[in-house]
Design a protein around this ligand. Structure first.
Ligand code: HMG
Ligand code: MG
Length: 300
């Protein structure tokens, strides 16, 4: 039994910032590898403008070629109605809308203000519900914004609450630029937990300053049980310059199982996928767990 939910975002957050876009076949190999490692919640890609994020072009093609298993929930990001219609056309049952706690970030990311984004999402969520599609809402900049600096916890909670009131089933708070320390993360959670039940909240931590795993720990202490992560620590946001990847799924698994939680992940299979994708992208593996295990194997 899994008692912490892990949302694997490597194929979306992980690849959206890579210089060289991966082919459809390479993305399929990555995602089917993740499915084989028993990851249940997997973001496949984004239905966004290819002019804005070329790396996500072809996401619906990837989605339609993936094997559909009842235990796996495959999702697509859909910032506007056009995106949702594209997702519906390939039979997607899980989508995500995304805004931020600051107008500047929202403007850079999706070309509108927070209020405008929420007005858009009202239509998206209504159509999604008509099709029995679950909707996750993201709030970027849960602690710091790359354009406005520190963000007040009450503002984060306010946007999270508005997304919930619009009908989002789950709200993921993005620590977008990876600058937060656990004390500040706790303050953001405390404000959100005054507004929302802990079961609808998820933590999404980037690891730019090496704080992601500490921030997961701080979130666990606040009762949060849903976390986003990416295999091999892939990731970054095209609109958050210098931000590095998400907490690595392998490192998250290590923390959680060490603390007595179950993740359901087949860690040996996940390490294979981690190595495969790092090689394909010609990048250093971003998981300390995987690196340590591989070093042990070679020195044995
Ligand atoms: P816009 O320019 O305001 O929209 O972009 P538009 O309606 O004026 O359309 C512009 C062009 O895009 C048109 O094409 C449309 O057809 C096309 P043209 O006429 O110029 O040839 N277009 C689309 N094409 C494909 N799919 C669509 C679509 N919509 C319009 N759905 C828009 C608005 C939202 C489209 C744009 O800003 C966009 O695509 N942004 C993407 C941003 C993004 O993907 N960011 C990364 C994900 S968020 C993230 O990483 C943070 C997160 O990880 C949490 C965290 O870490 O904090 C979630
Ligand atoms: Mg992110």
């Amino acid at each position: 039994m899994t008692n912490v939910k892990i949302v694997e975002v490597g194929a979306r957050d992980g690849l959206q910032n890579e210089k060289t876009p991966l082919s459809v076949d390479d993305k399929l190999a990555l995602i089917t590898g993740l499915m084989a490692a028993n990851l249940v919640y997997i973001e496949v890609g984004s239905c966004v403008s290819p002019k804005w994020v070329p790396q996500m072009a072809g996401s619906t093609k990837v989605f339609s070629k993936l094997p559909k298993q009842s235990k796996t929930q495959l999702s697509l990001l859909t910032p506007n109605l056009r995106g949702l219609q594209d997702a519906l056309a390939v039979g997607c049952k899980d989508v995500a809308v995304f805004t931020a706690a600051t107008d500047s970030f929202t403007q850079h990311n999706i070309n509108c203000t927070i209020d405008e984004s929420l007005a858009r999402f009202a239509d998206i969520i209504a159509l999604a519900k008509d099709h029995d599609v679950r909707v996750r809402g993201y709030v970027s900049c849960m602690v710091d914004c790359p354009y406005e600096g520190a963000v007040s916890p009450s503002q984060v909670a306010h946007v999270a609450r508005r997304l919930y009131d619009l009908g989002c089933d789950e709200i993921s708070l993005g620590e977008t630029i990876g600058t937060a320390t656990p004390n500040r993360v706790k303050l953001a959670w405390q404000a959100c937990l005054d507004e929302l039940d802990k079961h609808v909240l998820a933590g999404h931590f980037h690891n730019t300053y090496g704080m992601a795993i500490a921030n997961v720990y701080a979130s666990l202490e606040q009762g949060i049980r849903i976390f986003d992560s990416s295999v091999s620590g892939l990731g970054g946001c095209p609109y958050a310059k210098g931000a590095s990847g998400n907490v690595a799924t392998e490192d998250l698994h290590y923390l959680l199982t060490g603390m007595g939680f179950q993740t359901g992940i087949d860690i040996d299979q996940l390490m294979k996928v981690s190595q495969m994708i790092s090689k394909k992208l010609n990048r250093d593996n971003g998981s300390l767990f995987t690196k340590a295990r591989l070093a042990q194997c070679t020195s044995a």
